[in-house]
Design a protein around this ligand. Structure first.
Ligand code: SAH
Length: 262
């Protein structure tokens, strides 16, 4: 049975809420292959944060060759100076790491994480999957900007997938998760007042909170230990809503107003 056109339009709109972010990518071939990987799964937003070759990478013959029929996705790829800029407007960011990490946001397998991301997307939230560079993977500071951490449970003796193949695995899982949500798409109304805060709002809150904790002498800037990392993990787990971020900023503001400047 053919899918009704309005259902297709809703699905396309849902898929458009996902972006795939490649951080400091060095191989043009991987950029082209990633464009192809996401297009074959129905997605279209590829973002490069600080690519090694700059914007020239999009015209590189290897990128064009490996993008093949996804030349439109490649041509529309956005280039940003860093990961925070690439995550502008994103509500739920998922870091992909070939390594398991001691600290960082809660971790999940791709299927579980894609299902959760898709449930957020159905509620109108913007989603990002974030991938590291071929050489170094994602630094901890990049992982800490994300709400969740995903490791593809590959061969423990050699778990490092080619970048574009990792993109393919996640795009596939996200597609399945979005298609499974399809029946609930018709007639869906996002509940009011429960929308997640955006990544930029959350980063603003962390900066504010950090200053307040320093003013309280709870955080020693000379010896910060892992306090902010632990707080990031706590808040990543809770999935902060817009209003909650405002409350936390309000608390930080009051602390700063009452503390004598040092
Ligand atoms: N040498 C790097 C691996 C780079 S692979 C390292 O040690 O971290 C490039 C990117 O592909 C990774 O940063 C990650 O985003 C993704 N990737 C590769 N294998 C993965 C896996 N098993 N699980 C999740 N992501 C993976």
């Amino acid at each position: 049975m053919a899918i009704p056109p309005d259902e297709v339009a809703r699905r396309d709109a849902l898929f458009h809420q996902f972006r795939f972010v490649l951080v400091e990518t060095s191989h043009p071939g991987n950029v082209g292959a990633a464009a192809r990987a996401i297009k074959t799964m129905g997605f279209g937003q590829l973002v490069l944060a600080a690519p090694r070759l700059g914007s020239d990478v999009l015209q590189h013959p290897e990128a064009i060759a490996l993008a093949s029929g996804a030349d439109d996705v490649l041509a529309a790829t956005r280039i940003e100076p860093d990961l925070p800029a690439a995550l502008t407007g994103v509500n739920w960011a998922v870091a992909l790491s070939a390594r398991t990490r001691e600290y960082g946001p809660p971790s999940a397998v791709p299927r579980e994480s894609a299902a959760l991301a898709c449930r957020h997307a159905v509620r109108g939230q913007q989603i990002a999957f974030v991938f590291g560079s071929e050489r170094a993977g994602l630094p901890n500071e990049a992982v800490e900007l994300c709400n969740a951490l995903v490791h593809i449970p590959a061969n423990p003796a050699y778990a490092s997938l080619n970048l574009s193949q990792a993109v393919q695995v996640i795009a596939y899982e996200a597609r399945l998760a979005c298609l499974a949500e399809q029946p609930s798409l018709s007639g869906y109304e996002p509940p009011p007042g429960e929308l997640l805060a955006s990544r930029d709002e959350i980063e603003g809150m962390f900066a504010h909170l950090e200053s307040a904790l320093v003013a309280l002498d709870f955080l020693d800037p000379a010896n910060p230990k892992r306090l902010m990392t632990r707080l990031r993990r706590l808040f990543a787990r809770s999935g902060l809503e817009h209003e909650e971020v405002n409350i936390l900023r309000g608390i930080a503001k009051h602390i700063l107003q009452r503390q004598p400047r040092k």
